[in-house]
Design a protein around this ligand. Structure first.
Ligand code: HEM
Length: 500
């Protein structure tokens, strides 16, 4: 009797079949969006859309977008993610229109922004939507000027000193330079954005702050799921009240620093002081959108956006220099020209004088752009002037950084590490939108200058005294972690470090 009730009867079977048929027709209909518009597109799989290689762990997402870019020609192509059509732009002219000329129609990213689900992420400059984003960005732009970064230079020198002492202790050993750069950047951003000394170079026990930094970006299954929802399923973020990161500890540290500074009036010329200034300037004004929550959220955003990106830059630069000793020698010669002996101090001005170092960093950023793509939401129907194609309101528009940076039309022999391609600088490439490591237009990276100064100081301090060499543990070829949305080596970057 009981078993009988579990066996579907004829009517139930018909209803089930109808439902499956309707789902099939619906999915086919949404997956015919690009075909109906005559746009070339990547054939989607049923559930994973155009991201099968990413879901199956075969390819890192940035590289997968690069593969798609190389598969098509023409100014753009379509893809699907979770049933939603996305337009991927290939033409740099159209990239420029979208990110710069017609920015007012593409001001927001499509990432989830829900302050109720997560007030830290929801208030972050990276995630904020308009008009709030414009308001907050305008206030924050002033804290990333060269003058303000120069004031923080002594903090950078202190950290670079710790870096040198640490490397000294590991002379003639194999060191994971990704981890080394991670320690350097953790200490630097902790000093500049949280006003504390996180002592990451202390080997045992690993300090709590450093441990939190390692954990916060660790890609486990739940984190990957949340990240995916923030990127591609914003409605699920609100529905499930998903938090992207556990920021309790960072929030607590920032609040302690804040209350100490407010009680004592202590200043350190760092970003904490600058953020407090902004909050106090705009308190009780019509523009009082910058409250304590917003301030903490920005500090955490800068911390997260700054430490992994910049430590990757330092790590990958050292890796490439170990694989290309001739470039390393050339860079060291330049360093010795500017710093002939130990008595020549590193200053904010002279770290900018090293032209070849700039070329090496520019080439590293071309080869390893940290983010997988630029992302903009189309606010109102928009006609692409070059082709007459209409992008419908609400369509997400993506730009593959790997695709453009490895396009032989713009970079001869793109697989080759060749700093010489930047000898004439890269202003012309920026204005042509063929060089996009920090994005483009008003929504580009706010911390690019800070990142570049930190990276330069770290690299100079290491190369002044040590060589970095390939050893039997050095990954060659380099394998990127397919589970990470960012370009990260799968097993670190092990190099032999030797005192000069
Ligand atoms: C090598 C280091 C870095 C790289 C490669 C990098 C790359 C990027 C990219 C590609 C974007 C998106 C730009 C766009 O959509 O057009 C971005 C945005 C952003 N970055 Fe960076 N970044 C780096 C360092 C930093 C640092 C040090 C900070 C903070 C101190 C920072 C804070 C941000 C913020 C807040 C945004 C969002 C800006 C907005 O929406 O207004 N980044 N970054």
């Amino acid at each position: 009797m009981y078993l009988n009730s579990l066996v579907p009867n004829g009517t139930t079977l018909v209803i089930l079949s109808l439902l499956i048929l309707l789902c099939y027709i619906y999915i086919n209909m949404i997956h015919s969006y690009w075909k109906r518009r005559g746009i070339p597109y990547e054939k989607p799989y049923l559930l994973t859309g155009s991201l099968w290689n990413v879901f199956s762990g075969k390819r890192q997402i940035g590289k997968h977008f690069g593969d798609l870019y190389r598969k098509f020609d023409g100014p753009y192509f379509g893809i699907y993610i979770c049933g939603k059509p996305y337009l991927v732009i290939r033409s740099p002219d159209i990239v420029k229109d979208i990110t710069v000329r017609d920015f007012s129609n593409f001001e927001d990213r499509t990432f989830a922004c829900d302050k109720n689900a997560d007030d830290m992420t929801g208030n972050s400059l990276f995630i904020l939507r308009n008009p709030e984003w414009r308001n907050v960005r305008m206030k924050l732009t002033n804290i990333f000027t060269s003058g303000k970064i120069k004031q923080m230079f002594p903090l950078m020198l202190q950290t670079a000193d710790d870096l040198q002492h640490y490397v000294e202790k590991h002379d003639n050993e194999i060191v994971d330079v990704k981890d080394l750069a991670g320690k350097y950047m953790t200490d630097l951003v902790a000093k500049c954005f949280f006003g504390i000394d996180s002592c990451s170079f202390v080997e045992k026990p690993v300090t709590h702050f450093r441990k939190v930094c390692i954990d916060i970006l660790d890609v486990n299954i739940f984190r990957s799921f949340c990240m995916f929802c923030y990127l591609f399923l914003p409605k699920l973020v609100s529905l499930l009240k998903l938090k992207l990161l556990d920021t309790h500890y960072l929030r607590k540290v920032f609040m302690e620093t804040l209350s100490f500074r407010e009680k004592t009036g202590f200043h350190r010329n760092d970003f904490v002081d600058l953020l407090i200034n902004i909050r106090n300037t705009f308190a009780n004004t019509e523009e009082s959108t910058f409250d304590t929550t917003s301030m903490v959220s920005q500090a955490i955003t800068f911390f997260i956006a700054g430490f992994e990106t910049t430590s990757n830059l330092v790590g990958f630069t050292l890796y490439e220099l170990s694989m290309h000793p001739e470039c390393q020698d050339m860079l060291r010669r330049e360093i010795f020209e500017v710093f002939p002996d130990e008595t020549t101090p590193l200053t904010f001005d002279n770290v900018h004088q090293l032209k070849y170092l700039n070329m090496v960093i520019a080439e590293t950023l071309r080869r390893y752009p940290f983010g997988p793509f630029l992302n903009r939401n189309c606010k109102k129907d928009y006609v692409i002037s070059q082709t007459g194609f209409k992008i419908e309101k609400g369509t997400p528009v993506l730009v593959s950084l790997d695709g453009i940076h490895y396009d032989p039309t713009y970079y001869k022999n793109p697989e080759k590490f060749d700093p010489e391609r930047f000898r004439a600088g890269y202003k012309h490439l920026l204005s042509a939108c063929t060089y996009l490591p920090f994005g483009m237009g008003p929504r580009s990276c706010i911390g690019d200058r800070f990142a570049q100064v930190c990276a330069r100081v770290g690299i100079i301090c290491i190369l002044k005294r040590f060589t970095v060499e390939k050893c039997h543990l050095t990954p060659d070829p380099l394998v990127l972690n397919p589970r990470s949305p960012f370009m990260q080596p799968v097993n670190g970057l092990q190099l032999k470090i030797r005192k000069l």
